[in-house]
Design a protein around this ligand. Structure first.
Ligand code: PLP
Ligand code: COI
Length: 356
């Protein structure tokens, strides 16, 4: 692979703000590290990425991001082990998904070396920002938006690719209560649901607010056509355990192909857990909740890690899930985080060391 690593200019901050950060009480994604990676697309090509001090961006009011929402992003984490080594988890998968999203939003794809060498250089520079406290990590947010100008409804001719970082704690503070959505849809066949497009999240905020008003933290989206089959939650894929079988919906052009999701499936198989990737109907879920065979549900995602679901609401009724002692969620969460934090053997080859 062609590398740009030695071409990445690094401009360091004059003084770090790291001493202002309370690493013992990190929330999710609300304080940002000292530096960011910036890469501009102009005149038909991506220019060399550079690492610069974290700073605001100036845009013209006619920048197309404001009008037509041409933006995509990724979510990744850097983990620090007991010896202070820094690790990423399957970063190439994020890179590939980034470009799948870019293609769908008519955004120019980023060369692999720009993403991987850029990421590596930035995380090397920010290694002090990777928290070591249990459950904390450096959340990494690569994104691209249309910075080019014009009210014409067509793709921009200029873009910015940025990677910013936020030392973060848990995304959810406890178990998550979800509402199965019967009216609104997150995605439709042939749409952009499989892409990490900013607009996919904006479209979820209103239905999620309605659910929050009723006491639910997340919506479980159902298929847009019939609302009969569960798909995924707002920021995570969803797993269901009926008796001893662990199941999740198949990915499609409506569902984000989660890296945590596919890793959990591999780990579960490795544990000898019976897994099924198939359509799961709301009817089946309600029936299983009523006859006691629905043992657990959980969400899986980079930000959410493995987040147990305490129960779900459907058709005005709440279905509570039991508090299991030996849940698949806790077993699988331990196995995946042990790999991510370099506490266990990485038999799948998923860890990627950031050499400092
Ligand atoms: N589904 C949605 C809508 C998401 O935003 C995310 C988070 O990235 C996921 C699923 C989980 O994907 P991953 O495990 O790759 O983070
Ligand atoms: C992630 O899990 O990294 C995501 O991108 C979800 C995000 C909406 C917080």
């Amino acid at each position: 692979m062609e590398t740009v690593a030695n071409k990445i200019a690094v401009e360091k901050v004059k003084s770090s703000k790291i001493q202002d950060v309370d690493f013992d009480n990190l929330s999710f994604g609300s304080v940002y590290s000292d530096h960011m990676l910036v890469c501009d697309y102009k005149d038909g090509k991506w220019n060399a990425p550079k690492v610069v001090p974290y700073q605001p961006i100036t845009l013209d009011p006619s920048a197309k991001i404001f009008h037509y929402g041409q933006s995509i992003f990724e979510g990744m984490k850097a983990y620090k082990d007991e010896d202070g080594k820094v690790w990423l988890f399957r970063p190439l998968e994020n890179f590939k998904r980034f470009n799948r999203s870019a293609q769908r939003l008519a955004i120019p794809e980023v060369p692999e070396s720009y993403f991987m060498d850029g990421l590596n250089t930035l995380i090397q520079v920010e290694s002090d920002w990777v928290p070591q406290n249990p459950g904390s990590s450096l959340y990494i947010r690569p994104f691209i938006f249309a910075s080019g100008n014009g009210f014409h409804a067509s793709p921009a001719n200029e873009y910015k690719f940025i990677i910013a970082c936020a030392p973060s704690g848990a995304y959810f503070s406890g178990k998550v209560k979800v509402l199965i959505e019967e009216t609104y849809s997150r995605a439709a066949n042939g749409g952009v649901g499989y892409a990490k497009a900013g607009g996919n999240y904006a479209g979820q905020f209103y239905p999620t607010k309605l659910a929050a008003d009723k006491g639910y933290q997340q919506v479980i989206w159902t298929d847009d056509n019939t609302h009969e089959f569960i798909e995924e939650a707002g920021a995570m894929n969803v797993f269901v355990r009926i008796n001893d079988t662990l199941m999740t919906a198949p990915t499609s052009d409506r569902i984000l192909d989660g890296i945590t999701r596919k890793s959990i499936l591999d780990i579960a198989k490795d544990e000898g857990i019976k897994t099924e990737v198939r359509k799961i109907s709301v009817h089946e879920l309600v029936e299983a909740a009523e006859n006691g065979s629905l043992k657990e549900m959980f969400g899986a995602g980079t930000a959410a890690v493995v987040s147990p679901i305490s129960g779900f609401g459907y058709h005005g009724k709440d279905y509570d899930l039991p508090d299991l002692k030996d849940s698949y969620a806790s077993l699988l969460k331990k196995r995946i985080t042990d790999i991510q934090y370099n506490r266990a053997e990485d038999k799948f080859g998923w860890r990627y060391e950031v050499i400092q």
